[in-house]
Ligand binder design. Structure first.
Ligand code: H2B
Length: 98
């Protein structure tokens, strides 16, 4: 995987990122997706595996779990916008949801 761009992404970069992230959109200036799993256990299992990766990356999601749904919003607080870190974390989430 190419190294993440450590700057706030441009509109063009965001459009390119969304093209390879199915179900993701921009909402309130954050990279956003709502995941739906088969059960609470499946949702929680995914959150734990994403959490391990997030800790490894030192990049942490904003997320809300209600039963089998997990609503995710990604932004880089330190940079005040969406960066390559957020795109990398979103890609990881997609891989782990397969
Ligand atoms: N996660 C996210 N999403 N954005 C950040 O800016 C961020 C983070 N910063 N995790 C990291 C931790 C930083 O606060 C620490 C000190 O590395």
């Amino acid at each position: 995987m190419a190294p993440a761009k450590r700057n706030v992404l441009t509109e063009a970069e965001l459009t390119a990122a969304l093209a390879i992230l199915p179900g993701w959109s921009i909402a309130n200036g954050k990279l956003h997706k709502q995941y739906k799993f088969k059960s609470f256990a499946a949702a929680l299992g995914w959150m734990v595996s994403v959490g391990v990766e997030a800790e490894r990356m030192d990049h942490h999601p904003e997320w809300l779990n209600v039963y089998s749904r997990v609503t995710v919003d990604l932004t880089t607080h330190d940079m005040g916008g969406i960066t390559g870190w957020d795109v990398d974390l979103a890609k990881k989430m997609e891989q782990l949801a397969k």
